[in-house]
Design a binder for this molecule. Structure first.
Ligand code: PLP
Length: 713
C-alpha cells in the first residue's frame, strides 16, 4: 500500500462520534464476540479456529456455519445466481439475523461492505482486522484460484482489494499486522496479546493500583496524575521485524497510527486517531520527518519541518486535537457544553508550537504570556504574527513572573468564575508538557527514520543503528527507549547535553545532584533544563513499576535537590543509554566545522548531538541517527557568529536582515518556508502589559469578551 490517502477520504471515514468499546477484563467484555475480518485469503477461517481454541470460545464461520446452511447452497453459487449487488444485500440481511454472544466469528471478506450489518455486529463485539500485505494476498488468491469474490467479474482483483482495504481500515477496532511466514497459531496468539494490551489501564509513576481505572482519553484530559506522578503504560505490544517491515513505504501518519496502536488507546477508535493524525500533519510539508546524510556515518533525523520549525510541532500539532476529543467526551458524559482553550506562559519553543497548534483548531481561544524582552527575535516574530483566536501578551517581566502568574490564574476562583461567565463551559488547559499524549507521538520518530534509511538503501532491513538525541526533558529520548522496546534494532542510545549536563553526570555516576549546580543560559536554550521530567518515566520503566522507589527519589529531588541510585539500577541505566555533553565553544566549533566540511547548516541543538556522536564514535561504520531538533533559521545570531569571520560587524536585531544574512551563506540546507514568510507577515499582537495581575486579567477578559461575541452570533 504505497498510495497516498487523501485527507478528505480520511475525514469521511471517521466514524463520527463512534467510540471504541472498552476492553477491560470485565464480565461485560467477556460476553462480547470477536469478529475476524480481512481480505480474501487472509486466513480468517483457520485463524478463527485457532483463536477459538486458545480463548476457549465457540466458533462460527459465517460462510460455512451461517450462510450456506441458511441458503442451502454454496456461497459461490449464490453469488453467481444473484450477481454482486443483490448478493451483498442478501448476505447483509442474513447477518442482521445473527444474535450470538461470546463467540469467535470469522466474517466473510465482503461482510464489512454492508454498513447496516456492520453496525448491527458492532453492538455485540469488536472487529479484529487481519492486515496482510497486498502482495501476499494476490499470491494466495492466485494459488488458491479464488473465484468467488464480489466484484471479480467486472474489476481487477487489485482494485477490489484497494477498495476493501479502505473499508477494513475504517472499521477495525484492533489491527493485527501480519508479517511473512506466520502460522495461524502465531497470529491467534498475537490477537490475544493485542486484546490484552488494549484492555490495560494507565498507571501513575508514584502510586500503585488505585490509578488503574484511567484509560487513554482520561489520561489526556488530566495531564498530571493526582498523586503528582506521571501517567505511563508499561504495557505495549512489541513488533517483530516482520511486522516492522510492513511499515516500509507508508506515509508518516500511517506509520504513526500503526505504532501508536501498539499502546492502550481505551475508547479512542483507531479510525478517529487516523483522522487526527492526518489533520495534525497536514500543517507540515510533504516530507514530514525526512532523514538526510550529514557526514561520515552520521544522518540527521530532521524533526524541524513543522510550522514553527521545532521538533515540538511533531507532538504538539497532535496534542490539542486529542485534548479536544477528550473534552468532547467529557461534555457528552456530563451532558454539558465544554470548550477547550489554552492558557500558557512561554519562554520559547514550547509556547510557539503550542500557540500554533491550538490556534489551528477552530473555536479554541488561546492566551499566551511571554516576557517582552526574554524571547529570541525569531520567537517574538512568530508569536506577534500568530493568527486565529489568540491573545498574545508581552509582559514587562521575566519568564518566571509570567509562569507564576499563569499558575496563580489557574487557581484563582474569581478569575475562573469570571471566565466561565464570559464563556460557559470553557476548559482552560495548560498544554502540559508531561502529558502522555505529548510523549506518545515521539515513539514514532526513530522508527520512521529507520524505515527511511532502509528506503534509501543506507542499511539492510534488520541492521542495527545508533541513535543520538540532544536532551532536555528526556521526552525525545524516552520515545527512542520505547521504540527499542517495541523492537527497533538499536545498538546504542545516546543522550547529548549542553553545559547543563546533569543527565550525562547521572548516567556516569548514578548521582542526580543539583546542589552545586546553577542554571546555565546557553546557545542551545531548549535543552537548558536541570529537572528532566521524563526521566521519571524512564526510571519507572526500568524498575518495573517500582512506584515506591520513584516516589522516594523524586521527593528527595524536590526537597533536597539530589538523589542517588544504587548498583544494579545504575548498571541497568548504563546498559540502556549512554550520555555525554558539549561545551559552548565545542557547540559553535561544530556548527562551523560541519558548515566548512559539508556546506550544511545545523542548529545549535543539533550541533550538541553531532559533537557527542563524534566524541563517542570516532571511527565506526554503524550508522548513527542524530535528532536534528530545530531549524538553524531559528537561531540566526548564533549561526552567523559561528560561521562568520571574527571581524563580523555587530549583528542586527531585524529579522529580515538576519534571515537575508543567513541566506547569503551559500549553504545547501534550505531555509524553512514558514520562517521565510515571517518578515512579510503582518504584526498583529504588540500589546505590552505591565507586570501586574490585574492588568493581565483585564487584557484576558477583553479578549474573551470579543471572542464570545464573535462566536455567539
Ligand atoms: C524541546 C527541545 C529539545 C529537548 O527535547 P526533550 O524531549 O525535552 O528532551 C531539544 N531541542 C529542541 C530544539 C527543543 O525544542
Amino acid at each position: 500500500m504505497k498510495e497516498k490517502i487523501s485527507f478528505d477520504q480520511q475525514a469521511e471515514w471517521y466514524r463520527n462520534g463512534l467510540q471504541r468499546p472498552l476492553l477491560p477484563h470485565t464480565d461485560a467484555f467477556k460476553q462480547r464476540n470477536i469478529y475476524i475480518m480481512g481480505p480474501p485469503g487472509s486466513g480468517k477461517t483457520s485463524i478463527g479456529r485457532e483463536l477459538a481454541r486458545l480463548m476457549k470460545k465457540p466458533l462460527l464461520d459465517i460462510d460455512d456455519d451461517w450462510l450456506e446452511p441458511r441458503w442451502n447452497t454454496s456461497v459461490a453459487s449464490k453469488l453467481s445466481e444473484l450477481g454482486d449487488e443483490q448478493f451483498l444485500e442478501a448476505e447483509g440481511q442474513e447477518l442482521l439475523a445473527l444474535d450470538l454472544q461470546n463467540h469467535i466469528i470469522s466474517l466473510t471478506g465482503s461482510n464489512p461492505l454492508h454498513s447496516q450489518c456492520m453496525k448491527h455486529l458492532s453492538q455485540s463485539g469488536i472487529f479484529v482486522y487481519l492486515d496482510v500485505s497486498r502482495e501476499t494476498i494476490l499470491n494466495r488468491c492466485e494459488i488458491m484460484r479464488i473465484d468467488r469474490i464480489v466484484g471479480q467479474r467486472t474489476k481487477t482483483l487489485n482494485d477490489i482489494l484497494t477498495w476493501r482495504e479502505h473499508i477494513y481500515e475504517r472499521s477495525y477496532d484492533i489491527r493485527i499486522l501480519i508479517g511473512l511466514n506466520e502460522t495461524s497459531k502465531d497470529i491467534a496468539e498475537k490477537i490475544v496479546k493485542q486484546l490484552d494490551t488494549q484492555s490495560q489501564m494507565y498507571e501513575s509513576t508514584r502510586s500503585a493500583s488505585q490509578m488503574k481505572y484511567q484509560q487513554f482519553l482520561d489520561v489526556v484530559q488530566q495531564g498530571l496524575a493526582p498523586d503528582g506522578g506521571l501517567f505511563i503504560s508499561r504495557s505495549f505490544n512489541s513488533m517483530s521485524l516482520g511486522e516492522l517491515q510492513r511499515l516500509v513505504g507508508l506515509p508518516y501518519p500511517e506509520v504513526a497510527l500503526r505504532v501508536i496502536e501498539r499502546f492502550p488507546l481505551g475508547t479512542l477508535h483507531p479510525s478517529h486517531l487516523r483522522t487526527l493524525l492526518w489533520q495534525a500533519y497536514s500543517s507540515f510539508p510533504e516530507e514530514i520527518l525526512p532523514v538526510h546524510h550529514l557526514r561520515k556515518n552520521q544522518y540527521l533525523m530532521e524533526t524541524f519541518h513543522g510550522p514553527t520549525a521545532s521538533f515540538k510541532d511533531l507532538s504538539l500539532q497532535l496534542l490539542p486535537r486529542l485534548m479536544q476529543v477528550a473534552t468532547e467526551l467529557t461534555s457528552k458524559n456530563e451532558q454539558k457544553r465544554t470548550r477547550l482553550s489554552l492558557l500558557v506562559a512561554t519562554s520559547g519553543d514550547t509556547g510557539c508550537a503550542a500557540l500554533d497548534a491550538f490556534a489551528r483548531l477552530p473555536g479554541t481561544p488561546v492566551i499566551v504570556l511571554y516576557p517582552n524582552t526574554g524571547v529570541s527575535t525569531v520567537q517574538k516574530a512568530q508569536m506577534q504574527t500568530a493568527t486565529g483566536d489568540v491573545c498574545v501578551l508581552g509582559v514587562d517581566a521575566d519568564f518566571d513572573y509570567c509562569q507564576t502568574t499563569v499558575k496563580e490564574l489557574f487557581s484563582d476562583g474569581n478569575f475562573l468564575s469570571d471566565v466561565h461567565r464570559l464563556i460557559p463551559g470553557l476548559h482552560l488547559s495548560s498544554a502540559n508538557s508531561i502529558n502522555w499524549a505529548r510523549f506518545l507521538p515521539q515513539v514514532v520518530f526513530t522508527i520512521n527514520s529507520y524505515l527511511q534509511l532502509v528506503g534509501q538503501n543506507r542499511i539492510n532491513f534488520g541492521d542495527s543503528i545508533d541513535i543520538c538525541i540532544p536532551t532536555g526533558n528526556f521526552g525525545n529520548m524516552l520515545g527512542a527507549v520505547y521504540a527499542r522496546r517495541l523492537g527497533l534494532p538499536i545498538r546504542h542510545l545516546i543522550t547529548a547535553s549542553n553545559e547543563n549536563n546533569v543527565i550525562a553526570d547521572f548516567i556516569r555516576t548514578g548521582s542526580y545532584d543539583l546542589r552545586h549546580r546553577s542554571f546555565q543560559k546557553t546557545i542551545s536554550p531548549s535543552i537548558d533544563i536541570l529537572i528532566s521530567s521524563n526521566l521519571e518515566r524512564f526510571l519507572y520503566l526500568l524498575t518495573d513499576g517500582n512506584y515506591e522507589l520513584i516516589q522516594q527519589l523524586f521527593n528527595k529531588l524536590a526537597h533536597e535537590r539530589n538523589f542517588q541510585v544504587d548498583g544494579s539500577l545504575l548498571q541497568q541505566i548504563q546498559s540502556e543509554i549512554r550520555g555525554d555533553w558539549t561545551t559552548e565553544k565545542e557547540c559553535r566549533d561544530m556548527i562551523r566545522k560541519v558548515y566548512l566540511e559539508t556546506q550544511q547548516l545545523i542548529d545549535p541543538h543539533t550541533a550538541v548531538g553531532v559533537h557527542v556522536a563524534d566524541k563517542l564514535f570516532k571511527s565506526d561504520d554503524v550508522p548513527i541517527l542524530i535528532s536534528a531538533t530545530a531549524h538553524y533559521g531559528k537561531f540566526p545570531q548564533t549561526i552567523l557568529q559561528a560561521v562568520g569571520n571574527d571581524d563580523q560587524p555587530l549583528l542586527s536585531n531585524d529579522i529580515s536582515v538576519l534571515l537575508a544574512d543567513l541566506q547569503s551563506l551559500k549553504s545547501t540546507t534550505p531555509m524553512h518556508q514558514e520562517l521565510m514568510k515571517l518578515p512579510n507577515k503582518p504584526v498583529l499582537h504588540t500589546t505590552a502589559v505591565e507586570a501586574t495581575k490585574s492588568a493581565i486579567i483585564k487584557e484576558i477578559k477583553t479578549f474573551l469578551t470579543n471572542f464570545s461575541q464573535q462566536h455567539s452570533s
